[in-house]
Ligand binder design. Structure first.
Ligand code: FAD
Length: 466
């Protein structure tokens, strides 16, 4: 049942993961919620134009999975019914890190592996049943509208295709507007057009490119693994590959390289690059496997943070989240989970306001963007400290490279321990999956192990055996 505690109408710009999760939360607080999406939502799990990265390998970290299950109880079971594969991160994954193969043990730490568009479709399907949530499809937001006094955002202008093929520009008023339009968000320009300052931007990129391709698992294929991860070892080796099982008895391949060896659509070049990784395990698996999709390429713009939290004049009744605020180098698989964490923070802010004797959305924007900045900080450091090891890195300033390099060094020590220590591996996985903070890796037991490792001078280049 819709609760009108906070207003009559809320608008969400963008209907990908951040927008869909946001809409779910807003339906608890607004009489009407509208998602404006430039694409038409597919009626089956299919890729769509507005999420070009959707054809690439997408891993949903455990924290993200928990949040989504919390917002949509039973969705994990639906993912499994759609063919998602359960992968024990300790026993089912062969992971070659710069120091050797990971220790294999039954961890009970399970990842569900599936293609990205299944998740979006399942969430969309749930939301399509919510009577006070409306989808404006093939509609493109072109600007924000402010109140006459210029203090608040009062709605949006959008263009929508009509049945006669023409497009019509319309206005939609709202008590709250949420921008979840992803990396290509125009919100900074829209704010500028209304006389606000644009948020400052930090971009740190190693210039990575990604290849995604789905293969049928050959009949009778036998192995002691379900998934393989051949991690990069920058600065020397900057290419990496991942092979994970997905629905319909298929694998999804993810290959990543940096300039000047960014992936191309060339079949022979892809196979050759994978064959020359430090283990031929993925090459041997896919060389005779039948591809069921073309080679999909995505050149990542890297890590980008828009500092909405530092705007001197914050427009009221307008918040920004998901990739529109912070996007990461994809190999750390953080994007969807961080978007979900942002939505949970928004939910907490709204719940707090709703409990007040006279609930008001004034002040929400400032409070929320500051909280979101705190949420983004840790995954941002994780991604940028790892990226800093790539010789192609751009955007790192001297001021923050020293502590980040130290952090990178310590993380390397922890990764080294995962070659032989199941307990450290479990802690590392919990941090990687955002179930625990990075400080977990500084617990006395792990610190001691790192110390012993350093003293034993074990940090030597390792030639992995295949
Ligand atoms: C190669 C690659 C691999 C990745 N792998 C992972 C992974 O393994 N795990 C993970 O968690 N994350 C991964 N990510 C990140 C993940 O894809 C994003 O973090 C996530 O999709 C962010 O969602 P979002 O809703 O903020 O934005 P987006 O997914 O970018 O969606 C934005 C939406 O807004 C719509 N839109 C845009 N402008 C307008 C407008 N003006 N009007 C109306 N609609 C508009 C678009 O059509 C789109 O639907 C990966 C990213 C890349 C590039």
């Amino acid at each position: 049942m819709a609760n009108s505690a906070l207003g009559h109408h809320a608008v969400v710009i963008g209907g990908s993961i951040a927008g869909l999760l946001t809409a779910r939360v807003l339906t608890d607080y607004f009489e009407q919620v509208t998602i404006i999406e430039r694409d038409r939502f597919p009626l089956q799990p299919q890729p769509r134009r507005g999420i070009p990265q959707g054809t690439q390998l997408h891993m949903l970290l455990s924290r993200g999975r928990q949040i989504i299950e919390d917002l949509f109880p039973g969705i994990e079971a639906e993912l499994i019914a759609q063919g998602a594969v359960a992968v024990d991160m300790g026993s089912d994954v062969k992971w070659l890190n710069p120091f050797g193969w990971n220790t294999r043990f039954p961890s009970g730490f399970t990842l569900l592996s599936f293609t990205r568009h299944i998740l979006d479709w399942l969430i969309y399907r749930r939301l399509a049943r919510v009577s006070h949530l409306h989808f404006l499809e093939e509609a493109y937001v072109t600007q924000l509208i402010s109140t006459p006094d210029g203090t608040s955002i009062a709605g949006v202008r959008f263009r929508q295709s009509q049945q006669n093929g023409e497009t019509q520009e319309q206005t939609l008023l709202a008590d709250l507007v949420v921008d979840a339009s992803g990396y290509s968000s125009q919100a900074p320009k829209w704010l500028k057009a209304l006389g606000y300052e644009m948020p400052k931007e930090t971009v740190i990129t190693a210039g990575m490119g990604y290849t995604g391709r789905i293969y049928e698992i050959p009949a009778g294929f036998q192995s002691d693994w379900k998934a393989v991860y051949l991690q990069a070892s920058p600065p020397e080796r900057t290419s990496m590959a991942v092979l994970f099982p997905i629905e319909n008895n298929c694998w999804i391949l993810g290959f990543c390289g940096t300039l000047p060896h960014r992936p191309s659509k060339d079949e022979a070049a892809l196979l050759e690059a994978i064959e020359h990784l430090p283990s031929p395990i993925i090459y041997n698996a896919i060389k005779h496997a039948k591809p069921s999709t073309p080679i999909e390429i995505y050149n990542s713009p890297g890590n980008r943070l828009c500092h909405y939290e530092t705007l001197k004049r914050q427009p009221e009744r307008f918040v920004v989240l998901g990739d529109a605020v912070c996007s990461f180098t994809p190999i750390y698989a953080q994007g969807m989970t961080v978007a979900a964490l942002g939505v949970k923070a928004l939910e907490a802010c709204l719940a707090k306001i709703a409990r007040q004797p006279s609930p008001s959305l004034t002040g929400l924007a400032k409070t929320f963007q500051k909280q979101l900045a705190k949420i983004n900080a840790e995954p941002w450091i994780t991604a940028t400290t790892q990226d800093a090891k790539y010789p192609t890195i751009q955007g790192m300033t001297k001021a923050h490279s020293v502590p980040e390099k130290l952090m990178g060094w310590y993380m390397n020590q922890v990764i080294h321990l995962t070659v032989r220590d199941p307990q450290t591996t479990l802690s590392f996985l919990q941090v990687l999956h955002m179930l625990k903070s990075t400080t977990t890796l500084f617990q006395p037991r792990i610190l001691l192990q790192v110390l012993k490792q350093v003293l034993a001078n074990q940090l030597k280049p390792h030639q992995p055996k295949t």
